[in-house]
Design a protein around this ligand. Structure first.
Ligand SMILES: Nc1ccn([C@@H]2O[C@H](COP(=O)(O)OP(=O)(O)OP(=O)(O)O)[C@@H](O)[C@H]2O)c(=O)n1
Ligand SMILES: C[C@](O)(CO)[C@H](O)COP(=O)(O)O
Length: 233
């Protein structure tokens, strides 16, 4: 009999939220009665394929241990300077019990739908290649600084979202290689691309927004209330 595929989740939550401009990290902003991070972990906890959640938080974070995460299989790991360092630290922390695959999801994306996560997992496992949720660019795209220099053809442009889902060893090697080369990477897929390996684009909902600025927070609060209304129907 085949051994079941093991999948762990990594939640990078060690950012300071500079673009939000608050005096505390945005993952601890409240939406309703829960923090953004609790909403995000609550979503991941509903994905049956995920056996363990690793949350990377800053060493000096005094908020995380105050959260009520009872009932969730969550481990705290120490984050790093950049998002990619936080993810790499989490992968190293699980090395002795390494899963087959890892699913990396931003703490700051609490609106992700469970169906999108399970679709990403299914498509990647079926094709046996890593992949990411992404959403096709919908607007006309300009290149320029103060003036538009060009309208960029958008037929093959996608906005990268999370989760991003890769075989554990592939992602570990790709992140280590990117770090050794001092490569600037903003998501897992960019490390895997640099390693010359395929990254499947799996279409996901564009309202899986990352809370980055105050207007994102207002929009996320509205969308979250719509999601809870839809659940209670
Ligand atoms: N050193 C870092 C930086 C970011 N993140 C996490 O990566 C996710 C996406 O990053 P981003 O939106 O850029 O968050 P911040 O770095 O907090 O925001 P900013 O860039 O505005 O400071 C967030 O969940 C954030 O907590 C992390 O774990 N470790
Ligand atoms: C991983 C990510 O959320 C994909 O959109 C994103 O790249 C995080 O970092 P950013 O600095 O906000 O681009």
């Amino acid at each position: 009999m085949n051994k079941p595929t093991t999948i762990a989740a990594v939640v990078p939550a060690a950012g300071v939220g500079a673009r939000m401009g608050l005096n505390h990290p945005k993952q601890y902003l409240k939406i309703g009665d829960k923090t953004v991070l609790e909403h995000t972990l609550g979503k991941l906890a509903q994905v049956p394929q995920l056996t363990k959640l690793y949350v990377a938080v800053s060493e000096t974070d005094g908020y995380f241990d105050e959260l009520d995460l009872s009932g969730l299989a969550v481990s705290r790991v120490t984050g790093g300077q950049e998002r990619s360092d936080s993810v790499l630290n989490a992968l190293l922390a699980m090395q002795s019990t390494a899963p087959d695959w890892v699913l990396v999801h931003d703490a700051a994306r609490p609106l992700v739908e469970i169906n999108d996560i399970t679709n990403l997992i299914e498509q990647c496992l079926t094709h046996q290649e890593g992949g990411i949720l992404a959403s096709k660019v919908k607007d006309t795209i300009k290149r320029g600084t103060s003036h538009s220099e060009e309208t960029v053809p958008r037929a093959t442009l996608w906005q990268a979202l999370t989760p991003q889902f890769f075989p554990y060893h592939q992602l570990l090697n790709a992140l280590q290689q990117a770090q050794q080369n001092n490569a600037q990477i903003t998501d897992e897929a960019s490390a895997v691309e640099l390693a010359g390996q395929p990254v499947r684009l799996v279409s996901g909902r564009s309202d899986n927004i990352k809370i980055t600025t105050p207007e994102d927070y207002a929009l996320a609060s509205f969308l979250m209330s719509q999601q809870s209304k839809a659940r209670s129907l």
